[in-house]
Every structure is written in structure tokens, then in C-alpha cells.
Design a protein around this ligand. Structure first.
Ligand code: HEM
Length: 442
């Protein structure tokens, strides 16, 4: 990645067109489908990916699957979290003119601004393409607090992890991000407050008792709702307060957010981090290992089962750490937990010693490591995920004659899309139902 970013930054003409952007028809795009000349459309933009071929971690053959096509869907299926916009910024050759449905995401709709400049209820005029579209926000006040609520078409589905709040003095920006869509409220609030709760978005008035006649004034065309676009990405200056090297290529960082920022990374999701390495500005997407509310849902689910089996591939282990930590905190645990951690080699195993010693101290938890390319010294399990490996993890009480007899197991899956698809397929084959599976999606 660093090698590519360096090449990309320093090459005088990565797009091969001197940086000129044009309108590109589907026919023209299709002409660029040979290994020495590959264009690819992603979300309405066309990129010359020829120079990136040799740097692609998934290999040339994989990248060629999208050659000369609108590869948006394919790209999202494999690794939606990859920040191609930054990586291919200088390889862009133009805009696809005959766009597919997915590339419509490049044109977010902005609602008209509030003519009075006062915001009491701002309605947006979005297309109803998502079930989860917030339709409006409203606010109310008590003598000491101001509460902003965002409501949606069908029900109140806005959860704390959907909302990011940045407050700087009277400037308040709220991003509500749900399923690739974003609802942005950008206002200058009337009077000083401090943020006290990010679930219901409650602001505590500094001047208690003062009655607000309006919430504030619009900062940027008031609220709007539209497809999430990279232009909406907002970076916050954070402090790294801890770093632990987990494996040869994986580090765990503890990051402190600015004082008035509320930000929860949903479990299994990624956060973009920009940093400077050897004078190069690079961007990486990182997973999150902490606890958060989604586990409440998982906990509710798990009370129905007597065994939870965690299937993790590579860094797919990160959300599982949150799950294990959560279970560890529960006072009453009726469930046993078995973690199957899939990696290539010994040196890729994250937290091997820690997980081993945790398992020795906690009878309810067991861990198995399965390696696809182990060294000769490895005497543990080998190979990739199979039905046999899954069956061997299930408690004997839940099996009769090697067959699953009941629905007492819950499976949580996290890894690449390919891993998750394979795991889901195998689980279905051994009789696991959809409600016994929880796939951590991005
Ligand atoms: C649309 C055609 C593409 C296909 C079919 C494809 C396929 C793949 C595959 C199979 C992997 C390996 C995943 C794994 O081992 O779990 C991969 C990794 C990767 N690809 Fe692609 N890729 C495509 C386009 C791109 C593009 C356009 C970029 C960026 C400019 C990109 C950047 C990456 C990166 C950074 C990784 C490593 C991701 C990680 O480790 O999380 N790929 N790709």
C-alpha cells in the first residue's frame, strides 16, 4: 500500500492523460480491458488502473475481473471498505456517461435551504430509495436541555452508532449515517451547551432556564439527506494514546477523540485513518475492537442458545474480541463460547498468547487456531473452513450420531466477503438456520 501510494503521489502522470478528465462512454470504457491497458468505472468515475495492477493485494487476475466494466458492485462485494478514491485519485480519467444504478450514488441530493433561516423542523426531499431514510428532524427543550430527534419513514431506527456529533463552540454538525446514506444537520445553535448524550442527542444548556425561541441558524443549507459520498468524509484530529504490536503486520492503537466529538464505530465496521509515514500522507481503514451497543442485540440472541461459535478469518478477529469481552463482563453466563480463528501462518495469528491464557482461566471459553499455510512445526489444525471443522466445534450435547439435533448453537462470522460466504454456505449445509447466524458486515 505504502509503495503504491508513493508511486501514485510521485509519478507525474498516473492517469496517462495528463490529469484531463473527460466524459467516457460505456463503449470507450469497454475498449480498455487488456492487462496492459485497464480502465474501470467505480461509482460513476472512470480510473486507469493499469499502473495499480502489480500493487493490487488481491492480484492481477482478480483486478482483471472488473477490467473495462462498471465494477462498482463487484468492488463492493469484495472490499467495500477499501478507500479507492484516495488510492486512485490521480488515476481518474473522467466520468462514465451511461451510468448504472449504483453509480447514481455519485450525485447526492441536497434539500432546498430553509427560507426563514430558522430551523424548527427541516424536511428533506429525498428519493425514497432507502427504507431507512430519515424524513425530518425536530427539537424540543426543557429548562436545562435541548433534544434533537431524527425520525424516519417507518420507525425510530436511528441508533447511537449511526450518529456522529462534532461540536465546536456553537457550531454543531451531526452526521447520521445509515446504510450508505447520510443525513447531515449543520447548524449554529442559539446558545452554549455541552453534549451529554449521544443516543437521543441531548444538549445540556449552559444557561439553565433560558428559553430558546429557535434551535439556531442554518450553517450550510440546513439539513440534507443523500447517498453517502467520499466528499462527506470528515476527519477529526485525534491523539494516539496507546499502541500495541499484535503481529508482524497488525498493530492495535488506542485513539482519543477531540473533547466534543461523539463517534461510535459500529462493530465489524471500519474507520478511515489518515497519517503521515515517511513524509507520505496515507490513508488506511481500521477495524474496531471495543464494546458497543450491537452486542446488546447479540446478547439477547445468545440467551436463546447454549453455545456461541465465533468464526473469524484474519483481522475478522477484531469484532470477536468485543464479543468475548462482553461475555466476560456478564454476571450470569449460561453459554459456552468457542472461537475458531483462521489464518495463513503462525505469525499472522492475532493475540494468540492472550487468547490462550484467557481460555485457561475461563472454562466457558475455548479457542482453536486453524492455519492454511503452517510451518512444519505446527501441530494444530490445518486447512480452510470445512464442514468437519464446524461440526467438530459443536458441543457433543447438540449432536447425535455426528448430526446436529437441535438449534442450540449461534454462529458469528467475520472475515473477507469470500470467507463469510463460504462459512454461511457450509453452515446451511449442516442445518444451521438464518436466525442462528450473525454475520458482521461492514
Ligand atoms: C473490481 C475489481 C476488483 C476485484 C475483483 C478485487 C479483488 C480483490 C481480492 C479477491 C482481494 C483479496 C481479498 C482477501 O484476501 O480477503 C483484494 C484485496 C484488495 N484490493 Fe481489490 N479487487 C478489485 C479492485 C480493486 C481496486 C480498484 C482497488 C483499489 C484501488 C483494490 C484494492 C485492494 C486492496 C487495498 C486490497 C487489500 C484489502 C484488505 O486487505 O483489506 N481492489 N481485492
Amino acid at each position: 500500500m505504502i509503495d503504491w501510494m508513493r508511486w501514485h503521489r510521485n509519478n507525474p502522470d498516473p492517469s496517462g492523460r495528463g490529469g484531463r478528465l473527460g466524459n467516457i462512454s460505456m463503449e470507450e470504457l469497454m475498449d480498455h480491458n487488456k492487462e496492459d491497458d485497464v480502465w474501470m468505472a467505480l461509482n460513476g468515475r472512470v480510473y486507469n488502473v493499469t499502473p495499480y495492477m502489480e500493487y493490487h493485494p488481491g492480484g492481477v487476475e482478480e483486478l482483471m475481473k472488473g477490467a473495462g466494466t462498471d465494477a462498482t458492485d463487484l468492488f463492493n462485494q469484495v472490499h467495500k471498505w477499501v478507500n479507492y478514491e484516495t488510492m486512485l485519485k490521480r488515476c481518474c480519467v473522467g466520468f462514465l456517461t451511461s451510468t448504472s444504478t449504483t453509480s447514481a450514488a455519485a450525485n447526492p441530493h441536497r434539500s432546498s435551504s430553509n427560507p426563514t433561516g430558522e430551523i424548527k423542523i427541516a424536511s428533506t426531499n429525498f428519493s425514497s430509495s432507502s427504507l431507512y431514510s430519515p424524513s425530518q428532524y425536530s427539537w424540543c427543550q426543557k429548562s436545562d436541555t435541548v433534544i434533537i430527534s431524527v425520525t424516519t419513514h417507518n420507525a425510530r431506527i436511528v441508533k447511537s452508532h449511526h450518529i456522529i456529533i462534532d461540536k465546536n463552540g456553537l457550531n454543531v454538525i451531526m452526521h447520521i449515517i445509515i446504510n450508505d446514506y447520510v443525513f447531515i444537520i449543520d447548524i449554529i445553535i442559539l446558545s452554549p451547551t455541552s453534549v451529554v448524550d449521544d443516543v437521543d442527542v441531548i444538549f445540556k444548556k449552559v444557561n439553565v432556564g433560558r428559553c430558546w425561541s429557535v434551535l439556531g441558524t442554518s450553517n450550510d443549507g440546513d439539513a440534507w439527506w443523500g447517498p453517502f459520498n467520499v466528499a462527506d468524509l470528515r476527519y477529526r484530529k485525534c491523539k494516539i494514546v496507546g499502541k500495541i504490536q499484535l503481529t508482524h503486520d497488525t498493530n492495535m492503537f488506542t485513539i482519543e477523540l477531540p473533547r466534543d466529538t461523539r463517534f461510535l464505530v459500529p462493530i465489524g465496521c471500519h474507520a478511515f485513518i489518515q497519517l503521515v509515514v515517511d513524509d507520505d500522507e496515507i490513508e488506511v481503514s481500521c477495524t474496531y475492537t471495543g464494546l458497543n451497543f450491537e452486542l446488546t442485540y447479540l446478547q439477547k440472541l445468545a440467551t436463546k442458545y447454549d453455545q456461541v461459535i465465533l468464526l473469524a478469518a484474519g483481522t475478522g478477529l477484531t469484532p470477536m474480541i468485543g464479543v468475548v469481552r462482553h461475555y466476560h463482563r456478564l454476571v450470569v453466563r449460561n453459554t459456552t463460547m468457542h472461537l475458531l480463528s483462521f489464518n495463513k501462518t503462525e505469525r499472522d495469528i492475532i493475540l494468540r498468547d492472550e487468547l490462550g491464557s484467557f481460555a485457561r482461566k475461563n472454562k466457558w471459553f475455548t479457542v482453536s487456531h486453524i492455519l492454511s499455510s503452517p510451518s512444519d512445526n505446527w501441530n494444530g489444525q490445518t486447512g480452510r473452513i470445512t464442514k468437519d471443522i464446524i461440526m467438530s466445534a459443536i458441543k457433543k450435547d447438540n449432536l447425535v450420531g455426528g448430526e446436529l439435533t437441535n438449534n442450540q448453537c449461534l454462529f458469528c462470522i467475520c472475515g473477507s466477503k469470500a470467507f463469510s460466504n463460504t462459512a454461511e454456505g457450509l453452515l446451511k449445509e449442516v442445518g444451521i438456520t438464518d436466525d442462528q447466524m450473525y454475520v458482521f458486515a461492514d
